[in-house]
Design a protein around this ligand. Structure first.
Ligand code: PRP
Ligand code: URA
Length: 207
C-alpha cells in the first residue's frame, strides 16, 4: 500500500526542495521538516491506551502510547537526516543503520554496513530513505530487516518513482510506503524525473 501525503505544507516544502536554487542549509532543514510531517502520517495508527493521572484541575484517563516499541532504520547516507528528525518525536525509539550505495553503472545496491537493534524482531520498524528510485536499495534494506526478524515495516520516503513503488509492491507487498510524491519516471541514469536531484549530495554538499 502506498500513502501519498498531500498535505499543503508537505507539498510546499517539497517544491522548495526540488528547486535547484535551494542551498545545502535550507535543503537540510526542509528534509527534516518534511520527515516530521511524513512521520505524522506514517505513525497515525500507533496503538494507544489510557493512563489515569491528575491534571492541576481534576483526575482523568488520558491517551498514552502502548503496543510494540519502535525502531527507526536509516538507509545511509541520505536516510540519516530523516531518522535524526523523527527520533525527536519518538525519543525512546532505537535506531538502526543500513549502509547501501547505488552503483552508478549497474544501478544495483552495494551493501557496506549493517547495524540493527538486537531486538528488531519485536519492534515496529520505520525505514527511511528520501529517494525511492529503482527500488533496489529499499528492497535490499527491507530484505535484510526481514532476515533479522522484523515483521512490521513501514518505508518512509520523500520522493518516489513509479518504478520503485512497483518493485517494493512486488518484493514486499506487506510493507506500507509513505511518501510525499510519486513523480513521472526514471531517466536513463536512474534519476527521478522531475525529482530533486541526488538527495545525499544535496544534504551533504558533496557535489
Ligand atoms: C540514493 C538514495 C537511495 C538510492 C535510491 O542513495 O538515497 O538510497 O539512491 O536509488 P534506488 O531506489 O535506485 O536504489 P545513493 O546510492 O546515492 O547513496 P547516498 O545516500 O550515500 O548518497
Ligand atoms: N537517488 C537520488 O538521490 N536521486 C534520484 O533521483 C535517484 C536516486
Amino acid at each position: 500500500m502506498v500513502s501519498v501525503v498531500t498535505h499543503p505544507l508537505v507539498q510546499h516544502k517539497l517544491t522548495l526542495m526540488r528547486d535547484v536554487r535551494t542551498g545545502v542549509k535550507e535543503f537540510r532543514e526542509l528534509a527534516s521538516e518534511v520527515s516530521l510531517l511524513l512521520a505524522y502520517e506514517a505513525m497515525r495508527d500507533l496503538e494507544l491506551t489510557t493512563e489515569t493521572l491528575e491534571t492541576p484541575i481534576q483526575q482523568g484517563d488520558f491517551p498514552v502510547l502502548t503496543g510494540k516499541k519502535l525502531a527507526l532504520v536509516a538507509i545511509l547516507r541520505a536516510g540519516l537526516i530523516m531518522t535524526e528528525a523523527i527520533v525527536t518525536l519518538v525519543p525512546a525509539a532505537k535506531v538502526g543503520h543500513i549502509g547501501l550505495y547505488r552503483d552508478p553503472e549497474t544501478l544495483l545496491p552495494v551493501a557496506y554496513y549493517n547495524k540493527l537493534p538486537a531486538d528488531i524482531a519485536e519492534r515496529r520498524v520505520f525505514v527511511t530513505d528520501p529517494m525511492l528510485a529503482t527500488g533496489g536499495s529499499a528492497s535490499a534494506a527491507i530484505q535484510s530487516l526481514k532476515d533479522a526478524g522484523a515483521q512490521n515495516i513501514t518505508l518512509m520516503c520523500i520522493l518516489a518513482a513509479p518504478e520503485g513503488v512497483a518493485v517494493i509492491e512486488r518484493d514486499h507487498p506487506d510493507v506500507h510506503i509513505v511518501v510525499a510524491a510519486v513523480d513521472s519516471h526514471l531517466n536513463d541514469h536512474g534519476y527521478i524525473v522531475p525529482g530533486l536531484g541526488d538527495a545525499g549530495d544535496r544534504i551533504y554538499g558533496t557535489k
